[in-house]
Design a protein around this ligand. Sequence first.
Ligand SMILES: *Cc1c(COP(=O)(O)O)cnc(C)c1O
Length: 355
Amino acid sequence: MKKYNFNAGPSMLPREVIENTAKQILDFNGSGLSLAEISHRAKDFQPVVDEAVALIKELLNVPEGYSVLFLGGGASLEFCMIPYNFLNKKAAYLNTGVWSKKAIKEAKLFGEVVEVASSAEANFTYIPKGWTCPTDVDYLHVTTNNTIYGTEIRKDYDVPVRMIADMSSDIFSRPVDVAKYDCIYAGAQKNLSMAGVTIIIVKDDALGKVERTIPTMLDYRTHIDKGSMFNTPPVVPIYTALENLRWIKKMGGVEAMDKLAVERAAIIYDEIDRNKLFRGTVNAEDRSVMNLCFVMNPEYAELEKEFMEFATSQGMVGIKGHRSVGGFRASCYNAQTIEGAQALVKCMKEFEAKH
Ligand SMILES: *Cc1c(COP(=O)(O)O)cnc(C)c1O
């Protein structure tokens, strides 16, 4: 039976991206060696990094003066690298969920943290509005998509300071005004590649302004100087990222991904709103088009397990909600198809008809 992959991360990638990576793992560029066996300093690997960097800059329209890096450690390591490199005295953070909280916890090791707003009191079911950002901070940190709670900030804020964003779960799903950010980071395993690589887009002249000494590996300048080759970068995940970037470009770039995401999400949200068994978990205007969270309506709460089993029997994979929300979560990253969204809706309709 056909499987529809709604995993939150690691997650679905376009089939051709997987197939092309598989081919290179067997025989990299006709060299007779596997992509997994070659040195990152091999002369045919440098073009992979160069093309991936160029595509990231092209797709997101990155202005002059920014570097693109491929690092290990996941987005979680960035929670500490960001304040290490950018926080001198004080930074502002918008608290919209588990990932923001983790970023805040690390930042507090380096200086004062001002939480400009938080939706913690409502289990992060909305994006706080109407807050003001202090002007005497080194940066404002935002988590643009809250993978666990299913809320999203699908725009670039106008604030009086430079921004830093964790875009792990929505990068390349919409155009971004990169010029507003000193740094954008994303663990690749949600919307770009397999697990193992983090992409960083960093403004060169925003670095070198903190007074502390930064350990070599945690200093972005080390990696800028060495073109992400200071130590061994994750070669295979970088290659997969390149294939996916080529795919995004071929599909029409981030504008096309944006349109597709909005259309795909509307198919599922419309059904969540129509179907008597289900309801959405977050404020409608803050709904993520990447991670769509829903639960059983209270009067049908006892059907949760049965729907899970039914959906699984119909080929749906990974729709169980995160334990802090419960219910269901359909993650619809770039590779998710309209057909996938329709298949989930069909399941929901058929299940409703049975009850
Ligand atoms: C998954 C996720 C992370 C953590 O990523 P790792 O690569 O596992 O460290 C951080 N932020 C957001 C928004 C995420 O979705």
